[in-house]
Ligand binder design. Structure first.
Ligand SMILES: [Mg+2]
Length: 456
């Protein structure tokens, strides 16, 4: 028996805005941050979960975590995990907190941290990585992890069960592949941030090709002529006919007609998809963009979104509207592992590959589990997964890539346990003499002008 006794939240921010890591058309100067949740028990086990933000407002998510976590304090872990779907429903059903969602926004970001901390705790008590727990579930147990409310018009529990059973035959073989770190091919965005110079872009792309990467993503949407220059440089580095795949990401900068005309101009560089062309809430807008880019003179440009899609309902509608070429669920923007499992089932039903959003601190640590689960249990098909090579040194068990594949995590847990010294060193506002945020250097961010993004 493991009883949950208390919890803590931590506001941890890394000053990535100093060197423009993570910069794109909409997010010019982000400080990669974690709204962090630690669950303590009456044993030596602790559960670690976090939600990714890019700086200001991280304290609001921490406050929301502090409002949600008391719902599990005093509970036995076995009771919470015995019927996970029911537990998840319980966690979204505090009627007063529900008013500030429901199941979206800050309260849902916080839910992601709490639910993921529970999975981390559960996995540690079982001595297994999260992906393996799910891989070892029967289809019935998997389906019981999901709250099907609001999605049964697209997929019922019975259909989900049938889909999982359909590919169960090859599961053992896929587990063997996962154990050999051949389940999740990686791609990189590390070269493509908008704030990087042309020389830096060239150098990083060349390095990525040498490291064995085959998929490359560049940020676009700042300035059309600059985009053309950068995509030309990228294609010079990766070629058109060497099996290398280019992707572009606009981070919601355009209206629907702008997205269409801009991408018609960039179609000559043959990107596989445009990511986040417009508002993440605009389901029919994404469908219109996808339709318009199906027959450019240079072929089809697909549409991808998901990192700011707030829940399984929006994903359901995107799929129903035929708006997606690729689905990019985020590990903590939706309500943790359980809601991601629902979204994986939806994607499988509609035959759309998943490429979970991983561009943020801690996200690759999470998504390596989710992509492994998708391959081994849900779709049976290999997809690709973004790997951003920043800030991994702060994690106890950092994710890594070898020979173009994610190295499958084998340590017990959900891999986002951050080193205690890193949490102290980057605590916000932090303690004098301990936190970077109390140093002179930090004044340039704290007192500096806010970057307000108004142009397209
Ligand atoms: Mg993106």
């Amino acid at each position: 028996m493991v009883k949950i006794t208390s919890f803590a939240t931590r506001d941890v921010r890394f000053p990535t805005s100093l060197d423009k890591t993570g910069s794109d058309a909409m997010n010019a100067a982000g400080d990669y941050s974690s709204a962090y949740c630690i669950i303590y028990t009456d044993t030596h086990h602790t559960g670690h979960g976090m939600t990714f933000t890019i700086g200001r407002g991280n304290e609001i998510v921490c406050a929301a975590i502090s409002l949600l976590t008391p719902l599990v304090v005093g509970k036995d872990l076995d009771d919470l995990t015995a019927d996970w779907g029911k537990t998840w429903r319980y966690l979204v059903s505090d009627s007063q907190l529900r008013w500030i969602g429901p199941e979206k926004g800050v309260i849902h970001l916080a839910l992601g941290a709490v639910v993921n901390a529970l999975w981390d705790l559960w996995a540690k008590t079982l001595g297994k990585p999260v992906w393996r727990i799910v891989a070892e579930m029967s289809p019935e147990e998997f389906v019981r992890c999901v709250d099907f409310r609001y999605i049964t018009d697209a997929i019922t529990p019975e259909e989900a069960l049938a889909l999982l059973k359909e590919i169960e035959g090859g599961k053992q073989q896929r587990i063997v592949e996962a154990e050999a770190s051949k389940a999740v091919p990686a791609y990189t965005t590390s070269a493509g941030w908008l704030g990087y110079s042309e020389d830096k872009l060239k150098r990083l792309l060349k390095e990525s090709v040498e490291q064995g990467y085959r998929h490359f993503k560049l940020k676009v949407g700042g300035n059309l002529e600059d985009d053309k220059t950068r995509l030309r440089i990228a294609r010079e580095a990766i070629g058109y006919d060497q099996g290398n795949i280019l992707m572009v990401d606009a981070n919601q900068i355009w209206s629907v007609p702008e997205a269409i005309t801009w991408m018609q101009e960039l179609a000559q560089f043959k990107p596989w998809f445009i990511e986040e062309p417009t508002s993440p809430d605009d389901i029919l807008g994404h469908a219109a963009i996808k339709k318009a880019l199906e027959n450019t003179p240079y072929g089809t440009v697909g549409v991808a979104t998901g990192e700011m899609c707030q829940n399984r309902v929006v994903f359901k509608q995107l799929l129903q509207a035929g708006a997606l070429t690729v689905l990019q669920a985020d590990a903590c923007r939706v309500g943790g592992v359980n809601e991601v499992l629902a979204i994986l089932l939806l994607a499988r039903k509609f035959g759309v590959p998943i490429v979970p959003h991983s561009g943020g601190v801690g996200l690759p640590e999470y998504t390596q589990h989710l992509s492994t689960i998708d391959y081994v249990v849900v779709s049976g098909k290999k997809s690709v997964l973004e790997y951003v090579d920043h800030l991994h040194e702060h994690f106890v068990h950092p994710s890594s890539v070898k020979d173009g594949y994610y190295v499958t995590p084998m340590e017990p847990g959900y891999s986002v346990e951050m080193k205690a010294e890193s949490m102290d060193a980057f605590a916000f506002p932090g303690k004098k003499g301990k936190s970077w945020w109390q140093t002179e250097e930090a004044r340039s961010i704290i007192d500096g002008p806010r970057v307000i993004q108004t142009s397209t």
